[in-house]
Design a protein around this ligand. Structure first.
Ligand code: FES
Ligand SMILES: [Fe+2]
Length: 349
């Protein structure tokens, strides 16, 4: 599927950047191939509009803020948070702008991040109860671009067979390749939940210290929730009562580029595990994923095409994602789009 070619995907919320970035002024982002500019208005609310001035196409993100509006850095045309042009300084009556406007989008702040929907949202933002629980702290872990398709990253977050191999240097163990017993996937309209319990290796003092368990193995109880199309929330409970909730979003920049946005909530303290320590531990793990995933094809097929990819039982969550996305497209009258097949080489004479 090519996310940028499926209009219904514009009708979901995506985290596009940590809100702290807006302190430096208006910020550009590319969401589903659409260049947008985001800023914070004086009343604290957020604005997102097309990052393309409708006078001579300058990037509005190169302009500056004036009140709650953005001023184009080229000739000073000014746009409000809905995209409407409210001032053309060269006109005798500058406020006389008629119906001149650029596209405006929905933007809200949640969990320390800017979330944007390009179209009318079909469902709510993911709800993370730990965010309101004073017993938890939030750590912003990753905000970085990966050369992969968003669905490839999402599927990987639910793939119980990969840790034994991909994470063999951290918590995986190739001598135990059998994935845990498959959970029942409980489907909802906009995603699914599943519950799984597995033994993981705790190797090295770093891991033991971050998890506050002895080296060896420990049990992880995980509740993994998928929010259509590209957000998941992983709740992990360890036997010692430590709880981690990790939110991972694969925000689609383009069909082959994804912004990995990850933040977590933990019920321990900075003294027990410092922010740097937590990030460094997960950094090792995601680099292991990245190395493999960036080498995979970014165009993930939704349709089960004979022979294109073969499957095994542990692929079930990913296959459920593909099916639900297929149903979503169908419900909105869309066909799955795919990358053009490579042009076959001309056979030598
Ligand atoms: S290009 Fe923006 S005001 Fe001219
Ligand atoms: Fe992984």
């Amino acid at each position: 599927m090519l996310p940028t070619q499926q209009p219904v995907l514009r009708r979901f919320w995506y985290p596009v950047m940590p809100t702290g970035r807006l302190e430096a002024g208006p910020q550009p982002f590319t969401l589903l191939g659409e260049a947008i500019v985001v800023w914070r208005k004086p009343d604290g609310s957020l604005a997102a509009i097309a990052d393309r001035c409708c006078h001579r196409t300058a990037k509005l993100s190169l302009g500056y803020l004036e009140g709650g509006n953005i001023v184009c850095g080229y000739h000073g045309w000014t746009f409000d948070g809905t995209g409407k042009c409210v001032r053309i300084p060269q006109r005798e009556n500058p406020e006389n702008t008629g119906r001149i406007a650029v596209d405006g989008y929905k933007a809200v702040e949640r969990y320390g991040h800017v979330w944007v929907a390009l179209g009318e949202p079909l469902c709510e933002l993911p709800h993370v109860p730990e965010a309101e629980d004073p017993g938890f702290r939030r750590i912003d872990q990753f905000y970085e671009e990966w050369a992969i398709g968003a669905l490839r990253l999402m599927e990987n977050s639910f793939d119980v067979a990969h840790p034994a191999f991909v994470h063999r240097s951290t918590f995986g163990d190739t001598s135990r390749p059998l994935p845990p017993k498959l959970p029942t996937v409980v489907e909802g309209k906009w995603g699914f939940d599943y519950f799984v319990e597995s033994e993981v290796s705790v190797r090295g003092p770093d891991a033991a210290d971050t998890l506050k368990v002895a080296e060896g193995t420990t049990t992880r109880r995980r509740t993994n929730t998928w929010y259509m199309p590209f957000v998941r929330r992983l709740g992990i409970t360890y036997p010692n009562g430590l709880r981690h909730t990790i939110v991972t979003a694969a925000t689609p920049i383009a069909d082959d580029r994804t912004m990995l946005v990850q933040f977590c909530f933990r019920n321990d303290t900075e003294e027990m595990a410092s922010t740097e320590q937590v990030i460094a531990f997960d950094r090792k793990i995601i680099e292991e994923d990245r190395r493999i995933l960036e080498g995979c094809s970014w165009d993930v097929p939704l349709a089960v095409v004979d022979g294109e990819e073969f499957h095994m039982p542990s692929d079930r969550p990913g296959l459920a994602m593909r099916r639900k996305l297929r149903e979503l497209l169908e419900a909105h009258g869309e066909q799955e789009t795919r990358a053009a097949p490579p042009i076959p080489p001309i056979a030598a004479e």
